[in-house]
Design a protein around this ligand. Structure first.
Ligand code: KPL
Length: 293
């Protein structure tokens, strides 16, 4: 069985490593300096210390399962590229809202996923395994989530099949919307979002706006579930630099439009107040545009 990782960055490389270690045939799709480094070897640090040779390529191949780990703004390009090969089941393990819907425009057998695995790129070809997380998958098109979960669980990536994957994708995005832009704009690690009153006040409002949008869409949300989840994630990942802060530091484009931007779009359509999310969207996107990104 051949498994392809489309977007072998931090998370993709770590997941690919674990699947390869479990004995599957894995192909890593990457580009630029990351691809060149992976062609030499993949180094894993942190919770695991290891180095392996991997099959790294620039273009996708025929596979039984494709795990998609590209940034949300690359999903459309990835989907079009994958449509040219027999990419098998396609499971998104990305951040942000709307990835699966984009995939469905071009591909069949789409599985949605969310993961809280912690992975950071130390340097090209070197990934830090920062924290073991939980992974949830659920079907969007067809009935393949069980097969995906089996492969991931066989690879020691703890995965559960759920019926409410859309809700979980939204919840993760709302949590990211409350933590990531604050950490990026203030240049702080996740813990500061709860430790500094001024920042928590803002995160709380961001979470409440996201919660209102989720409720209006029809997702089942307990009172304070979102706010408590934001607090919990910020505390558990207190020493992490959020993905948005890491992108910001590297001068790379962030996923703000697929996180706060998606909440703003949905909230406005529903006639809800999403003004704080909109401020975050404009500040982060504005900073990117000002830097020519
Ligand atoms: O998902 C994350 C991210 O950085 O994108 C959190 C959970 C905030 C961890 O850093």
């Amino acid at each position: 069985m051949r498994i392809q990782i489309f977007g072998a960055g931090a998370l993709g490389s770590l997941i690919g490593y674990m699947i390869q270690k479990a004995g599957y045939d894995v192909v890593f799709i990457a580009r630029g300096k990351q691809l060149e480094a992976l062609k030499r070897k993949l180094v894993v640090k942190g919770l695991i210390d290891d180095e392996v040779n991997v099959d790294a390529r620039s273009k996708p191949v025929d596979a039984d399962l494709t795990l998609l780990t590209v940034k949300a703004y690359d999903t459309e390009f990835a989907a079009k590229t994958l449509a040219k090969v027999k990419c098998g089941i396609v499971c998104s393990l990305q951040n942000g809202i709307g990835n699966e819907e984009i995939l469905l425009k071009y591909l069949k057998n789409v599985v949605g996923g969310v993961t809280t695995y912690g992975a950071n790129i130390v340097d090209y070809g070197i990934v830090e395994f920062a924290g073991e997380g939980q992974t949830f998958v659920g079907d969007f098109d067809g009935y393949n989530a069980e097969a995906v979960a089996e492969i991931l669980n066989n690879s020691k990536i703890k995965t559960e099949v759920v019926k409410d994957i859309k809700r979980r994708i939204w919840l993760k995005a709302v949590i990211n919307a409350a933590i990531n832009p604050i950490t990026a704009l203030c240049n702080v690690r996740n813990g500061k979002v709860v430790e500094v009153d001024e920042l928590w006040n803002l995160a709380f409002k961001l979470a409440k706006e996201g919660e209102n949008v989720m409720k209006a869409i029809g997702f089942k949300i307990e009172d304070n579930e979102v706010v408590n989840a934001v607090k919990d994630v910020a505390i558990k990942t207190r020493n992490n630099k959020s993905s948005m802060l890491q992108d910001f530091e590297k001068g790379k484009r962030t996923e703000i439009e697929f996180i706060n931007g998606a909440i703003v779009d949905a909230g406005k359509k529903l006639g809800l107040d999403v003004s704080i999310n909109e401020v975050m969207l404009k500040l982060v996107r504005g900073a990117e545009i000002a830097r020519g990104i």
